[in-house]
Design a protein around this ligand. Structure first.
Ligand SMILES: [Zn+2]
Ligand SMILES: [Zn+2]
Length: 379
């Protein structure tokens, strides 16, 4: 499959597409995204993770605690993919963003130089300055490789937790993260409902953390670091797929039980994170492990399956009605005197200018501005 795709790309390169490098890049990335579940290259929706998710959904369906199984396989498919959810306006924006980010998200990749190689090299130079030349004394064994993999996984997941926490606490980052939280329904593609600039910052942040684990390992152990990477990627795949991460963004309520909810961030915990209920705000920031939330006091474990109202609390209208609004609105909301700018435009061009600004969600309608609460003011 991978060889066929590289052949297809070579063929496409020799067509008129090759004359437009940016467009070619967009098309190639779209091909990789759409075939990712099969090839497993650079995707969070690996076929293994999808199978795991379907397995978990089957357990929930067949145990019949949340749903009365009926209609055999067709009933199960209807349960997994309810039409009203997958055709919801919010889900359509998820699909638009997934495609737009895949094709042109690289325009926002301002942190591409801040990668794992750069941070690892920096930390290694600090270790050499502190402790002297790298001894490379220890040889890799199966157990040390497993230990190293767990260490890297923990470092990466701590980066997930801390970045997500900051995304809720720092107003500028919240404007970007709001794009993810404006989802009114959850489907596995909501995982791709992110602002590409937030994605770029998260990548640099993750590299900064994972390098904290990788640099000492390279310093003390002998052998090529690529071994570490390969092992780490495989293990992450098993963890992420096996823990039902795909269902974190779905309507299927999966809880691993009160005790395990303190350790693993099962789907139900993340679904609660998307809830509008005030007691769910700023809770369950974890991605793979929930013990970070437990340690830092941000964990909330629901006792039983709950009907959640999802989306941005206090918003009377969907601010991200399409992917272009989701891309652009966060930048406008970072402008400090934006309301004054709209007032000025309304003064120059008349009330029609204010009406247009309201329709574009650049400002709240006058009638709503006093009685609704922007979640950002919580911070
Ligand atoms: Zn969040
Ligand atoms: Zn989410």
């Amino acid at each position: 499959m991978i060889e066929y795709l590289s052949g297809l790309k070579t063929t496409l390169h020799h067509t008129v597409l090759g004359q437009f490098p940016l467009l070619e890049r967009a098309v190639f990335q779209l091909i990789d995204f759409l075939t990712g579940p099969v090839t497993g290259v650079g995707t969070r929706l690996h076929w293994f993770a999808i199978l795991e998710a379907l397995g978990l959904a089957a357990v929930v369906y067949l145990t019949g605690r949340q749903v009365r199984p009926s209609g055999g396989w067709r009933g199960f498919i209807r349960y997994c993919f309810p039409k009203e959810l997958y055709t919801h306006a919010s889900a359509i924006v998820d699909y638009q963003l997934a495609i737009l980010n895949t094709c042109f998200g690289f325009f926002f990749n301002v942190t591409w130089r801040l990668n794992t190689v750069v941070f690892t090299t920096l930390y290694l130079s600090w270790l050499v300055a502190l402790l002297g030349p790298a001894p490379h004394a220890s040889a890799w064994t199966t157990s040390t490789l497993i230990g190293a993999t767990v260490l890297i996984l923990l470092a990466e997941d701590l980066s997930n937790y801390t970045f997500h926490y900051l995304g809720h606490k720092i107003p500028m980052l919240w404007q970007l993260h709001k794009v993810h939280h404006s989802a009114e329904v959850l489907t596995p593609l909501t995982a791709f409902r992110t602002h590409p600039l937030e994605y770029a910052f998260a990548g640099a942040w993750r590299s900064m953390f994972s390098s904290l684990a990788i640099a000492p390992l390279i310093y003390f152990f002998t052998g090529p670091p690529s071994t570490l990477e390969i092992f780490g990627i495989a293990a992450t795949l098993v963890f992420v797929g096996g823990l039902g991460t795909v269902l974190q963004h779905s309507h299927i309520w999966v809880s691993f039980g009160h005790t395990m909810d303190h350790i693993i961030c099962g789907p139900a915990l993340h679904q609660v994170h998307h809830s509008q209920a005030p007691h769910h705000w700023d809770r369950n920031f974890g991605v793979i492990f929930s013990f970070w939330d437990w340690m830092f006091g941000t964990l909330v474990i629901p006792d039983a399956p709950q009907k959640l109202v999802l989306g941005l609390a206090g918003e009377t209208r969907q601010p991200h009605g399409n992917a272009v609004a989701a891309w652009c609105l966060p930048f406008w909301e970072m402008v400090p005197f934006r309301h004054k700018i709209v007032d000025m435009l309304a003064w120059v061009f008349g009330p029609a200018a204010r009406g247009l600004a309201e329709r574009m969600n650049l400002v709240r309608p006058m009638a709503e501005s006093h009685d609704s609460v922007d979640p950002a003011v919580r911070f």
